[in-house]
Design a protein around this ligand. Structure first.
Ligand code: ADP
Ligand code: MG
Length: 698
């Protein structure tokens, strides 16, 4: 008899053959026995209970009962041709209908026989009716699987009789072929510690469960394994990285830092800011290289933390750079930091796409000979020409706008890799952070500076537009300013721009010169034009700024107290939250007004309700994750990491934490996984290819 292993190509499985193998490859990415073994059902039909016909609830999705065939006939013609049968138990009569495969069904029906019938019921002429039921001859009480697995199939597979049932037959044949050739993947110790069933039982249990309980136990074991190995890969990269790279030692808290902290800092740091600065200090003290993600809601004060970290680098003889995703933001950082620092011995420069060639030259030279301490900029900062004398710290602001590639470019700007601090105002749910950014350490600023009034968020339908205008008038009369944001998405860019301009004209009629001035800002303007418009708004010359989401990141105008978001239903939650974060930066009460059409999808409604209910970015991120699933979230360029088969990052948080803690524990005790009991883990890692970023870098 032939020996099969997990690596055997799927074509060798009984019942497959070359033609089906090809389609299985193409449609399901099933190439080997192993792939099919891990092709899980996505749900089960509960075949454990039988109903009586008079008890069938037509609102339930699936029902099973035993009944005798009374009669059947073909009705209608051509398109309406159908096979109608009636079955009877001791409580009543039900109707069964087929529109397809009529001939085949007809051939297999025997009047007078008892069948087990399963399907989704509806009410037709006051009678229970089931179309295309599953039927088997009744053979006694121990019939078939209690929980029937349902596998995802495709049209092409179905043509080759590989519908869910067909796939189930293959899996069945797979188990006979493999016999006991399925090896355990987790160490005994872990199985015992977490009360996990062994792998062969779990795989059998998920494909052919005996009862609901065995589905649960199998799922638990397989989800744990999935999350555990994912964390093992992520943390392995991190451990390897720490062993391989040394970072600049930032031992001294010197003049620049102290002077700023004691004399220039215009406010008290929040406790959260202090804590994060301590975490960074600890990271950079001993010559390890820091890779830290700083999460903090909009307005939580990340910039000060960035600045103080840069001063720390300078105090230790290093240069620092800060990269922002847009020119406006880079300029604002530059101006803001200059102001905070005052006339200092710190020299700081701005490098963006619109800096002139000859000025660039000066900057390039200053960076190389060490005259410049701090460089602020956009992507321009990544160019090869930009070389530092001694870069000790690189900071990325609004990191979700950048990819891993860009992180890695910054990292290569020094022979000893600089410390990296990446900042984001798009809070990422913990589970996602542990996975997506599992290779980074994470700091969180979870506290807003004192004295901020929470932004009040209102959801208006189109018919309340006049009321909205009234609110704007009131606010402007108090000397405040207003943003009005329109959606802009690439596919409908032209149309959206028209809307934006029409919106501006409309506003200008409502808010006419000379009392009011309306400005406009969008991505198609040149940097000079944008700067001009932004400056007019910053200086208070315009009261209303009509804009696209170019203002989404980072822009800081404390006097702006109202954010109107037009067509708010077209924005995702995290974007809405970002936009709202542009107001509420001053001492006054601020407002965010979400304008939508009347009729909204369920999801849009939840988005609006969430925005109105809370200003907590983490709560919003959790809701977003639940609504959209992890794959879609912004900042998930590495979303391959998130393609989990069973585990769900939105709902399996506790399990993920458990798995991650276990992995951390293992690496602490045995960083190289050299011990005998970790041999399974070692061999897993040597087999797996995997990238979340650092490999590209190191
Ligand atoms: P973000 O985290 O969104 O980047 P910023 O760093 O731009 O936030 O800070 C928002 C505003 O809050 C800025 O005007 C900043 O000067 C101010 N700020 C930061 N920290 C504090 C603090 N501890 N107390 C008072 N205001 C602060
Ligand atoms: Mg910021």
């Amino acid at each position: 008899m032939q020996e099969f292993s997990l690596r055997t190509p799927i074509g060798y499985l009984k019942g497959v053959g070359p033609q089906r193998a090809e389609i299985l490859n193409k449609e399901l990415a099933v190439f080997t026995f192993e792939d099919l073994l891990y092709y899980y059902p996505f749900r089960y039909n509960d075949r454990s209970v039988y109903s009586k016909i008079n008890q069938i609830d037509p609102t339930k999705p699936g029902v099973q009962f035993i009944a005798r065939l009374l009669n059947f006939e073909i009705q209608g013609d051509r398109r309406s041709r159908r096979l109608v049968a009636h079955v009877k138990d001791d409580t009543g009569i039900a109707q069964l209908v087929w529109f397809q495969s009529i001939k085949w069904v007809e051939k297999n029906l025997t009047i007078g026989s008892a069948y087990v019938i399963y399907g989704s019921p509806s009410l037709f002429n006051n009678q229970i009716s089931i179309s295309h039921p599953e039927m088997e001859l009744y053979v006694g009480s121990n019939q078939g699987l209690k929980f029937q697995p349902v596998y995802a199939s495709t049209e092409k597979l179905k043509k080759l009789s590989l519908d869910s049932k067909g796939i189930q037959r293959l899996v069945s044949s797979l188990f006979s072929a493999l016999k006991d050739n399925i090896d355990e993947t987790l160490p005994d110790e872990i199985l015992t510690k977490y009360k996990l069933i062994d792998l062969p039982s779990a795989l059998r249990g998920i494909h052919f469960p005996d009862d609901a309980d065995s589905i649960q136990r199998s799922l638990y074991r397989l989800k744990f394994e999935e999350l555990f190995f994912l964390q093992l890969k992520i943390l392995k990269t991190k451990v390897a990285h720490n062993q391989k790279f040394k970072g600049p030692v930032l031992k001294n808290v010197g003049e620049h830092f102290t002077d700023f902290y004691e004399k220039k800092l215009p406010f008290q740091l929040t406790n959260a800011q202090k804590r994060v600065i301590k975490e960074i200090r600890k990271d950079t003290l001993y010559g390890a290289q820091m890779n830290r993600l700083l999460q903090g809601d909009v307005g939580s004060g990340k910039t000060i933390v960035a600045l103080m970290t840069m001063l720390l680098a300078i105090d230790n003889g290093y240069q620092a750079c800060l990269m922002a995703p847009t020119e406006i933001l880079a300029q604002q950082h530059y101006a803001g930091l200059k102001e905070l620092l005052g006339v200092e011995r710190v020299s700081i420069a701005l490098l963006t796409g619109s800096i002139k060639q000859k000025d660039r030259k000066v900057i390039h030279e200053g960076l190389l000979n060490g005259d410049l301490d701090i460089l602020i900029g956009t992507h321009a900062l990544l160019e090869d020409k930009v070389k530092f004398k001694n870069l000790g710290l690189a900071i990325i602001d609004e990191q979700h706008r950048f990819g891993v590639e860009q992180r890695s470019k910054l990292w290569k700007k020094n022979s000893v890799p600089p410390h990296m601090l990446v900042m984001t105002a798009t809070p990422i749910p913990r589970t996602l952070a542990m996975t997506l950014y599992g290779d980074l350490d994470i700091s969180v600023i979870d506290e807003l500076p004192a004295g901020r009034k929470p932004i009040s968020t209102l959801h208006f339908h189109e018919r309340s537009r006049l009321r909205m205008f009234g609110m704007l008038r009131e606010e402007i009369a108090k000397g405040r300013q207003v943003y009005v944001v329109y959606p802009l998405i690439e596919e409908s860019e032209k149309l959206d721009l028209l809307h934006l301009k029409a919106g501006k004209e409309f506003l200008e009629r409502e808010f006419p010169l000379p009392v009011y001035k309306v400005g406009i800002l969008h991505g198609k303007m040149t940097p000079k034009e944008k700067e001009f418009e932004m400056n007019r708004f910053v200086k208070g010359e315009t009261q209303i700024l009509v804009a696209t989401t170019v203002i989404e990141v980072g822009v800081n105008v404390p006097n702006a107290s109202v954010m109107v978001i037009e067509n708010a239903e077209r924005f995702g939650l995290s974007q809405l939250h970002q936009l709202r974060g542009r107001v509420g930066r001053g001492p006054e009460q601020s407002f965010c007004i979400l304008m939508t059409k009347e009729k909204l999808s369920r999801e849009s409604k939840i988005r609006m309700q969430t925005m109105v209910r809370t200003t907590d970015g983490f709560e919003i991120a959790e809701t977003d994750l639940k609504l959209r699933g992890p794959g879609d979230l912004s900042g998930t360029q590495q979303s391959g990491v998130l393609e989990l088969k069973l585990a769900n990052l939105a709902t399996d948080q506790a399990l993920l934490q458990l798995a991650r803690n276990e992995v951390i524990d293992i690496f602490e005790k045995d960083p190289t996984l050299g011990s005998e009991k970790n041999s399974l883990l070692r061999s897993f890692l040597s087999k797996s290819s995997f990238g979340i970023g650092w490999e590209k870098i190191s």
